[in-house]
Design a protein around this ligand. Structure first.
Ligand code: NAP
Length: 286
């Protein structure tokens, strides 16, 4: 199949492109960064700008990955634009093409209840997909690890402190999943008739609280013996500090991410094991 991938240059996109190529698909990488297709990248991709119609015109399938975890309102980069409006643009362009398959990247925790602007806009993007393209496949992965995931880098930054500052009580549970496994699932879903119209939650094989994740990262990155000494900062007390800090891009946390740290991010959905029967456990490759 010829598969157009939006967000192809991103953390997930790079792995998805590689997995699609490994499955024998031709990939059209839709990106604002044409360097993906530079000689030497080795994947032999067609890389096109983010003008969607020409990108989709020759594609049989679209994998829509564009999304952000952090807004930059000054630059016009908002959840509303990147999740809801960008998805609408993809749906409009898909409608005007011969694309027969659409796979939409959402996130575990997305629901009508929301609880964070990230989850709420992800939900509204899903609703737009369900309304316009009922046979689309929606995937909702948990936090991903492997190949230098930003969230795990942030945890490593915390875990190097002699006494680790933890936002909240650290008891929120997560089901981290390997990026390579999510990418492989997507590369198989794209041509699987049985996946059409489905929404699949994708969680890894182990459940960790935030405290346990920090211990794992401290052990993997610095050889520190768990449990690390920690002090817990109430989420509500942190909000004013984060509200001030989040204006600086290098500040590691936003208020929305702070909200998300208090929302359990787990699933008992194992249907995705039909594509990846033996998902990776969290190891040294964070
Ligand atoms: N990482 C995780 O743990 C995780 C977990 C669950 C779900 N997800 C979802 O997976 C998807 C990919 O996430 P990621 O971690 O790979 O994020 P990422 O590394 O930040 O990549 C996101 C992609 O979105 C595009 N993008 C970002 N800002 C844009 C803008 N202002 N205008 C147009 N395009 C823009 C970029 O495409 P170009 O730069 O190529 O144009 C980029 O490659 C997102 O939908 C995210 O919500 C991620």
């Amino acid at each position: 199949m010829r598969v157009a991938v939006t967000g192809a240059s991103g953390y997930v996109g790079r792995a998805v492109v590689a997995a699609l190529v490994a499955e024998g698909h031709e990939v059209v990488a839709v990106s604002r960064h044409p360097r993906l297709g530079d000689p030497g990248h080795g994947l032999g991709l067609d890389v096109v700008s983010d003008d969607l119609r020409p990108a989709f015109s020759s594609a049989d399938a679209v994998v829509h990955l564009v999304g952000i975890i952090r807004e930059q309102p000054d630059a016009g980069v908002t959840f509303e634009r990147l999740h809801v409006e960008a998805t609408q643009r993809v749906l409009d362009a898909v409608r005007q093409s011969n694309v027969s398959r659409l796979v939409h990247m959402s996130a575990l925790g997305t629901s009508a209840r929301g609880g964070s602007a990230y989850f709420e806009t992800k939900w509204r993007a899903e609703e737009a997909v369900r309304g316009a393209w009922p046979s689309a496949t929606i995937v909702r992965p948990s936090l991903m690890f492997g190949g230098g995931a930003d969230f795990f880098k942030t945890l490593a930054g915390l875990a190097r402190n002699p006494v680790v500052p933890v936002p909240g009580d650290g008891r929120t549970p997560f089901d981290p999943v390997a990026r390579a496994d999510v990418a492989r699932a997507l590369a198989l879903i794209v041509s699987d008739d049985g996946a059409q119209g489905g929404t699949f939650e994708i969680g890894g094989p182990e459940r960790f609280t935030l405290n346990q994740l920090i211990d794992r990262v401290g052990q993997a990155a610095f050889g520190r013996r768990p449990p690390l000494p920690k002090f817990h900062m109430p989420l509500r007390a942190l909000r004013p500090l984060v509200a001030f800090g989040e204006r600086v891009p290098a500040f590691p946390l936003t208020r929305d991410q702070l909200d998300m740290l208090g929302i359990p991010n787990t699933t008992n959905d194992t249907r995705w094991h039909r594509w990846v029967p033996d998902p990776q456990r969290l190891d040294r490759d964070l």
